[in-house]
Structure formats: C-alpha cells, structure tokens
Design a protein around this ligand. Structure first.
Ligand code: ZN
Ligand code: ZN
Length: 164
C-alpha cells in the first residue's frame, strides 16, 4: 500500500458520510464519475451487499471518457487506455481484491476487448459490489465493467469477476 492509499483511507474513515457507503478503491477515485444512465442500468442488480456504480473519465481534457479496454479474464485483470492521452488505468486485479498484490514484472498479458461490430472505443462504467462488513476498499464481492461502443452504441458487459 502506498502513501496515497493510506491518505485516502484515513480521509474515508474521517469523512462524515451518512451511510458510510464505499466509493470504490481509493487508487481509482480520481477516475470515477457519474455513469451514463444506460451503463448504470446494465450494471444494477439486486445485491446482498452494497453496489457502487461509477463512470470512468480520464481527466486529461474535456470529455476524455473514451477508452479502449484490455482484459485478461482468466487472471482477473482489467485495464483501460484513454483514447486521448494513451494513459493506462489499471482498473481491477483479482489478486488485489484478495489482498495479494503482484510483484513488479508479474503483470499478466492483457488482450483488447472488441465490440461485436469490431469497434474498440468505449465509454465505460464499473460496478463494484462490497460486502456490508467490508474490511477495505479493495474488498469486493464482484467487479464488473459495462461498455458502450462508440461506433454502434451497443452496450455490453465486457468484464465480470467475482472476488472470491
Ligand atoms: Zn487521457
Ligand atoms: Zn460496436
């Protein structure tokens, strides 16, 4: 855990949040924003825990919300690359959800996600489901990514991983 993460968690603990609802991992918070309604709809479902749905924006410029998606479903890894500035955002790693960060240099290979139309530019929202008695902001029951294809408007669930 780096210093930024610790600072984020302290803030989260001290903040007078009504419900104490999780906001997603602190390392992701700068990227999270209001999701598109259409994406939020595909991600919402009945949950025994707490379901947090957020859009993703890069912040490199006005409307920088278009990404390509890189996945390794077997290893439970998902990343986004901003189409504007090419920055990569490591959205999810199953091993982090289990509290076992990988050593440097052990990043599994990721593969580009494509829409059924062949498009690979998407607006993205994430669904993060937490247990009610979560121990940390990485302690997710499930992590899902919904994607809206820029070329054809098709909406798909690109990635879905259960943390356990
Ligand atoms: Zn960017
Ligand atoms: Zn498409």
């Amino acid at each position: 855990m780096d210093v930024d993460d610790r600072a984020g968690q302290d803030k989260a603990r001290m903040a007078p949040v009504e419900s104490g609802a999780p906001e997603g991992p602190s390392r992701l918070r700068t990227w999270l924003c209001q999701p598109l309604d259409s994406l939020a709809r595909v991600l919402s479902r009945e949950s025994e825990g707490i379901l947090v749905i957020r859009g993703v924006a890069c912040g490199c410029g006005e409307g920088a919300r278009v990404f390509s998606i890189e996945l390794n479903e077997e290893e439970g890894v998902a990343a986004l690359t901003c189409r504007k500035c090419r920055r990569t955002i490591r959205l999810y790693e199953r091993s982090l959800a289990w509290g076992l960060p990988r050593k440097e240099g052990e990043q599994p290979k990721v593969f580009p996600y494509k829409c059924s139309c062949g498009g690979h530019a998407f607006q993205v929202a994430v669904g993060m489901e937490y247990p009610r008695d979560r121990v940390s902001d990485e302690d997710m029951l499930q992590f899902s990514i919904a994607a809206a294809c820029l070329a054809c408007d098709e909406i798909s669930v690109a990635f879905d991983d259960e943390g356990d």
